[in-house]
Design a protein around this ligand. Structure first.
Ligand code: NAD
Length: 279
């Protein structure tokens, strides 16, 4: 009988980016695929199981602490949690301001708190932020600290996030994604005490259902123009993000923690210093 304790990789947001990273870091491990839409997790599970991965699924709403806590407990009951891929989120064209802040900002903070309590020695996590966080002008040092360290349950009461202070859904998304990278820096210090590492990936446009909603939504023309005039001249594929995720989570990334990796085909560089600079 095999009595070895399973290593568990938890994927929150069983979408294209989450799956692409999970495929590369989960051989020989148990993969717990979780999503708000259980049908998304189940569909991904079929593909993973057919490819030989050991899989279970769960529904989770990252905007609910009780739901995230239950997921963390479920993961810990499956074995030693050594991987976290947080790739759940909503984009500016998919949700109103309040929902973006609740899912993308508060939800990520809750995920890091709850999984910071179960992540095992030698573990690693990645959080998917966005290039959008890099286009937001600098915040004050006090605002940076507030986004990084305010307990998750108090985050949405910050004056900088009050109605009126957040202009529109894009601004809410940018603040959330900047907040993710800051939060990961602060949490990486706590995760290190458990022997685990934590980093952020900030992708540019990656071809996924979420990106399709942006490219065909109210800001579609701007996004299509951004791609056409960017240094790379195209969107990323989910697998290109998967490769970076695997590097950060694997042994080659052992010296990397608390960092944010921009992978955007040069869009941000061009926004500040090239053709994509705002007029
Ligand atoms: N695709 C891009 O161009 C792009 C660019 C930059 C950043 N991102 C970020 O990457 C992450 C993953 O997006 P994707 O492009 O793979 O999209 P996707 O739509 O393929 O996957 C996102 C998943 O998150 C799930 N989700 C939404 N709300 C949730 C909630 N409250 N609780 C749990 N799950 C929830 C959705 O059901 C979906 O399956 C998001 O955070 C997104 O902001 C995407």
């Amino acid at each position: 009988m095999n009595t070895k304790i399973s290593q568990v990789v938890v994927v929150i947001g069983a979408g294209s980016i989450g799956q692409a990273i999970a495929r590369r870091v989960s051989a020989g491990k148990h993969v717990l695929l979780a999503d708000l839409r259980i049908e998304a997790a189940d569909a991904a599970a079929t593909v993973f199981a057919d490819a030989g991965f050991e899989i279970s699924t769960a529904s989770v709403d990252v905007s609910s602490r009780a739901s995230v806590k239950a997921l963390a407990q479920k993961a810990a009951a499956l074995g030693q949690v050594t991987g976290l891929i947080h790739a759940a989120g909503v984009s500016p064209s998919q949700a109103p301001i309040e929902a973006i802040l609740k899912v993308d900002l508060f939800g990520t903070a809750v995920v890091l708190e709850e999984f910071g309590a179960v992540i095992g020695d030698g573990g690693a996590g990645v959080v998917i932020a966005s290039q959008s966080g890099h286009r937001l002008p600098a915040l004050t040092p006090e605002e940076d600290r507030a986004l990084a360290t305010t307990p998750a349950d108090d985050l949405l009461a910050l004056p900088m996030l009050a109605p009126g202070a957040v202009k529109d859904t894009l601004h809410a998304y940018q603040l959330s994604k900047r907040g993710n990278a800051l939060r990961v820096m602060a949490e990486a210090v706590a995760w290190a005490k458990r022997g685990a590492r934590l980093n952020t990936i900030s992708p540019g446009i990656v071809m996924t259902p979420l990106a399709r909603d942006e490219l065909t939504g109210p800001r579609g023309e701007g996004y299509r123009n951004m791609l056409a005039r960017s240094p790379a001249g195209r969107a990323a594929t989910p697998d290109e993000i998967g490769l970076l995720g695997a590097y950060l989570m694997g042994p080659d990334g052992a010296f990397i923690t608390g960092s944010d990796f921009l992978i955007d085909g040069g869009v941000t560089a061009s926004y500040f210093f090239g053709e994509l600079a705002p007029a």
